[in-house]
Design a protein around this ligand. Structure first.
Ligand SMILES: Nc1ncnc2c1ncn2[C@@H]1O[C@H](COP(=O)(O)OP(=O)(O)OP(=O)(O)O)[C@@H](O)[C@H]1O
Ligand SMILES: [Mg+2]
Length: 264
């Protein structure tokens, strides 16, 4: 659970290129520096290379040129170290194991790292409680709503106390009210834990609500077209969405995105 002494990981991308054979250029020279503990949203047209970039940062894929440095001391697994428990990845599909209970799904990363059963069950219960799932520990995935399944997926990612949390359109399939609740929950988790968050979304309003900084990428191949600071209050509730400053941030992001989509 929360570890006051722990800070988020920095992410440094140096001139990252990724070309899929025979000639799909997905990422074309992206350089970015993301500070420890920052919350950054990635926006860009469909197919521009956002997931590719996130996979490279996670060490699930390797750049053809350039470097992704997770650090200052950690390098991506692709660059030669074991998969660190410090990095967690959440996909749009919760990817739960249907034959396991909520508790056993959330505990899986600790099981894979041979933590004793009593420890992993106790830690899974604690993180699930934090995500409002205390009453659902013994249920199976097919007995949960979509929002609950996503919260289990988040719990499974958080159980290792990651210092870098990567999320790829995690709430895109949810209804608007559930999505707002999960956005607020994620903000709260970020404020109470020391972790860096990179969040891919197609929603300008979700990016503005969640992040401290939004990066807009060009249509494929991904290049940075806007790097925008979102200086809104730390405590964010649904009322913030009606604030004129919120609308101004959204307008800046919308303008950059529209230029990319129009030129497709
Ligand atoms: N393993 C792969 N092999 C070949 N091409 C790939 C591979 N992965 C991605 N691509 C291509 O790279 C480009 C970028 O894909 P990517 O999934 O990163 O885009 P995205 O920005 O995440 O899109 P979306 O917003 O629709 O999720 C696309 O043209 C895609 O078809
Ligand atoms: Mg994607």
């Amino acid at each position: 659970m929360a570890d006051a002494g722990k800070s988020g990981l920095q992410v440094t991308l140096k001139d990252v290129h990724r070309i899929f054979p025979p000639a799909v250029v997905a990422v074309d020279g992206v350089s970015l520096s993301i500070a420890s503990g920052d919350f950054v949203a990635f926006l860009g047209p469909s197919g521009c290379g956002k997931s590719t970039l996130l996979r490279i940062i996670a060490g699930l894929d390797q750049p053809d040129q350039g470097q992704a440095i997770i650090g200052p001391d950690h390098f991506c697994p692709a660059f030669g170290c074991d998969t660190p428990l410090d990095v967690a990845y959440v996909f749009q599909d919760p990817c739960l194991l249907p034959w396991r209970t909520v508790l056993d799904n959330a505990a899986l990363p600790l099981e894979l790292h041979n933590h004793p059963k009593s420890v992993r069950r106790q830690q899974a219960a604690a993180v699930l409680e934090q995500l409002g799932l205390a009453d659902a520990l013994e249920r199976y995935p097919n007995q949960l709503s979509g929002g609950m399944r996503m919260r289990v997926s988040l719990a499974r990612a958080l159980i290792t106390n990651p210092k870098l949390l990567l999320l790829d359109e995690p709430f895109a399939a949810l209804d608007a009210i559930t999505r707002q609740k999960l956005d607020e929950m994620l903000r709260h988790l970020w404020l109470t834990r020391n972790m860096t968050i990179l969040f891919v979304t197609h929603s300008i309003s979700e990016a503005t609500f969640l992040a401290q900084r939004a990066i807009v990428f060009s249509r494929r191949p991904a290049r940075v077209v806007l790097d925008h600071a979102i200086d809104l209050p730390q405590e964010r509730t649904v009322q913030l969405r009606a604030d004129p400053t919120f609308a101004r941030h959204m307008a800046s992001l919308q303008q950059a995105l529209t230029l990319e989509e129009v030129e497709q």
